[in-house]
Structures are given as C-alpha cells and as structure tokens.
Design a protein around this ligand. Structure first.
Ligand SMILES: N[C@@H](CCC(=O)N[C@@H](CS)C(=O)NCC(=O)O)C(=O)O
Length: 201
C-alpha cells in the first residue's frame, strides 16, 4: 500500500507528480503545511513537514528522497536510469535543484509573496534573482544538444529539478537569458501527469 501525505499546494506536488508519472496506485492524504506539525504528522516525519511517503511499511520524507526512491522502485523502464552513471546524474541534479536553486527561489517567494508586506525585503529578493542566474546558466549549458538532462528521455532528474524550478514560473522569473533551460522547463511542467497534480487537493 502506498500513501502520500501532503497537499498539492506544498512541496508534496513534487512527489504527487512522480507518483502520477509512474502510474503507481496510491492514496493521497492532502495534509496542508499548516497541519504538518500535528501529532499524527510528527509521528510520520519528526521534522513536522510534508511530503511524507508510506510505501509498504517504508516511511520516507524529503521530497527529493521520496522521488528517487519511487523512481528506483517503480520506474525501471521509464524514470529511473539504467546504469550507475545515470543514477549518479539523478542524484547530482536532484541535489543541485535543492541546494543551488531552491533557497534562492524560496527567498524570492518569501520576500515578494508569502511574507506580510511589512516583513518583505526587496533587496533580499533582488539578491536571490541575481544568485539564480548561475544555476540557470549551468542548466542551460547542460541542455545544449539534448532534449533532457540525461539525454533524450525524461527521467527523475528532469522531474526533480523542474519541480523545484516550477516556483520560477510562480514568481515570473525572467529566464530570457537562458532560453534552452526555459524551453526545457516549460516542456517538463507541461506534462500530463503534472497537469493532473495541479487539480488535486
Ligand atoms: N526539504 C523538505 C522541505 C519540506 C517542507 O518544508 N515542507 C513544507 C510545505 S512546502 C512544510 O511542511 N511546512 C510546514 C511547517 O514547516 O510547519 C522537502 O523537500 O520535503
């Protein structure tokens, strides 16, 4: 039995996308971020965060870890690369998304959207916009001459990075300096499985 805890309006969207892409039959419990520190959720994830996956008795938290686990277990002929070099690339790109891009995207979100107006810092947002230029350039260069990050097929590496970078679309980040990365991101986010997640609670 497979259960994913977390609302589609949270980072759980990343893991819902992976589950939909993989065609796994699962139950969805749309725990909102505001409920993530409930006693029930703290039992599942001592950090008090969503998403959390329960899969046949295995509990996994951290969105990228959940997705790499799901891809390895269920995606052998699709999302999970077939060799060790491919696995390394999937880990590499997933960590890249979380460490090189997510903190800057979160800073922009906080300082332009999420914080109350008197707690917003436009200078911090501008610094984050500047800092994002480097990872977007890395992505743009890495995608030259290839359809997807690992070659010609969509893998968990694309899903993980694109799911983090989906926030760039939310904050209308100007990506015109990196058109290849921009086109790749649109292509990934436009996938049917991701569109389905947007309709989930
Ligand atoms: N690094 C974690 C972050 C999880 C996280 O911060 N989730 C947010 C929702 S997007 C949350 O649960 N917030 C509730 C809280 O911090 O109380 C992951 O990627 O899964």
């Amino acid at each position: 039995m497979t259960t994913l805890y977390g609302s589609s309006k949270s980072r759980a969207a990343r893991s819902l996308w992976a589950l939909e892409e993989l065609g796994v039959k699962y139950d969805h419990v749309p725990v909102a971020p505001a409920e993530a520190k409930s006693a029930d959720n703290l039992k599942r994830n001592p950090n008090g965060h969503v998403p959390v996956l329960e899969d046949d008795g295995i509990v996994v938290w951290e969105s990228m870890a959940i997705n790499l686990y799901l891809a390895e277990k269920y995606g052998k002929n699709s999302l999970w690369p077939s060799d060790l070099a491919g696995h390394a690339a999937a880990y590499k790109w997933s960590f890249f998304g979380m460490t090189e891009a997510e903190p800057h995207l979160m800073s922009i979100l906080r300082n332009r959207v999420m914080n109350p107006p008197d707690k917003r810092d436009e200078n911090a947002a501008l610094a984050a916009v500047e800092a994002l230029k480097a990872p977007f350039k890395v992505l743009d260069q890495s995608l030259q001459g290839r359809e997807y990050l690992l070659g010609n097929s969509f893998t968990i590496a694309d899903l993980n990075v694109a799911s983090v970078l989906s926030w760039a679309a939310m904050i209308r980040l100007d990506q015109s300096a990196t058109p290849t990365a921009q086109a790749w991101l649109q292509k990934c986010l436009g996938r049917e499985a991701n569109a389905k997640v947007r309709k989930l609670p």
